[in-house]
Design a protein around this ligand. Structure first.
Ligand code: ADP
Length: 356
């Protein structure tokens, strides 16, 4: 119930109670003092004076309510605007505003100003970090590419078997380093908002088949059964095909890497509430309670994952979730209801024009 209504009800109840009581006693007193029926006229006059008084007191009361309610309403609007847009709008008070409300407005303005300052500092720190990562990654890429070319040239020369093996291994490590540098460059362009997407209608079964075909050799080598569950006809999703494929590649790659021999990785797709939901369900090592809040953090790797698979940089899920959100979708996970393992769920909006 709004404050003004509460005040009004209280005022009316008090006023009518007071008028009725005073009127009743006035009539009794007048009856004893004034002879005959003349007391009725006297009571009538007293009644008119009471009503006039009531109007004057009522007007004063409403003015008071305005003085209290107005700044509270402005403060409420300012708090709402601050929580929605992070921007403080000034709350005007006057010299009539009660001191407690002026103090409340002052405290809120101070709080909002310090939250804004912390937010600005965080944004600045994050920008400096992104710039640093981007510069460092750019600086690393050129010499790494040079080393890679040199190694590839060396591989073509006359070498004994041991030298060949050493160079092949160095070449693999350089490839990993180049991949890490590209990931770092991706992150810095994501964070600086330079990541550009080309949204098109993407056929889901075709994409999933492509991914499963790409990963089948790795899955077979690790003795993990990789498959797509039978699916209903699906509308296309609205996605940047390359980027969303990158996200799914990451999920499938993780699922295969973190699933022991004899396990399964299943891709399950369905349409629901204007979205395509793609689940990647594995029977792997799972994600412990302590790690659940961290695995989407940059560079985070759970201890069980490090023990199972030494390689990895903890950046894939961070980028994958950012890409999903940039599509207007999301990426989440849950422990499987039955048996070991995890299910990651990617949701992406369907392509409206084609799905109608
Ligand atoms: P990476 O796999 O290179 O370590 P990611 O960002 O892809 O980096 O994943 C972050 C962490 O999330 C992993 O190190 C692992 O701890 C956990 N994780 C991801 N996928 C799975 C999975 N399918 N099963 C268990 N843990 C997983």
């Amino acid at each position: 119930m709004p404050l003004w209504l509460l005040f009004t009800i209280a005022f009316l109840a008090l006023a009518f109670g007071a008028v009725a009581t005073v009127g009743y006693f006035t009539t009794i007193v007048l009856k004893t003092l004034v002879s005959g029926t003349a007391y009725i006229d006297a009571a009538f006059q007293a009644g008119i004076i009471a009503i006039l008084l009531l109007i004057v007191i009522g007007s004063l009361f409403f003015a008071l309510v305005r003085i209290v309610v107005r700044p509270i309403r402005r403060l409420t609007n300012a708090v709402q605007a601050f929580s929605e847009h992070g921007q403080m709008i000034p709350v005007l008070t006057s010299s009539y505003t009660p001191i407690e409300i002026t103090q409340l407005v002052g405290s809120f303005s101070t709080l909002a100003a310090s939250v804004e300052a912390v937010h600005r500092r965080d944004t600045e720190v994050s920008r400096v970090k992104s710039d640093f990562i981007s510069t460092a990654a750019h600086q690393l890429r050129t010499p790494l590419t040079g080393i890679r070319w040199s190694l590839e040239a060396l591989q073509k020369s006359q070498l004994n078997q041991e030298q060949m093996a050493l160079i092949a291994s160095a070449n693999d490590k350089i490839k990993d380093l180049v991949a890490i540098v590209s990931t770092l460059l991706d992150i810095s362009s994501i964070e600086s908002g330079k990541y550009r997407y080309t949204f098109v209608a993407v056929d889901v079964p075709a994409l999933l088949t492509e991914i499963v075909n790409d990963f089948m050799p790795a899955a077979t080598q690790r003795k993990v059964a990789l498959s797509i569950d039978p699916m209903q006809p699906l509308p296309p999703m609205r996605a940047d095909r390359e980027r969303i494929k990158w996200v799914l590649n990451n999920l499938v790659d993780n699922a295969i890497n973190y699933t022991p021999e004899g396990g399964t990785v299943r891709l399950i797709a369905e349409a629901s509430a204007g979205r395509i939901l793609i689940r990647v369900r594995d029977t792997g090592i799972g994600i412990s309670q302590q790690d659940r809040n961290n695995i989407f953090e940059r560079f985070y790797r759970a201890p069980n994952a490090i023990a199972k698979q030494n390689a990895g940089n903890g950046l894939g899920l961070y980028i994958a979730r950012t890409i999903a959100k940039d599509h207007g979708g999301d990426l989440n996970f849950a422990a499987n209801d039955h048996g070991p393992g995890t299910t990651f769920a990617l949701s992406v909006p369907v392509e409206i024009s084609r799905s109608r």
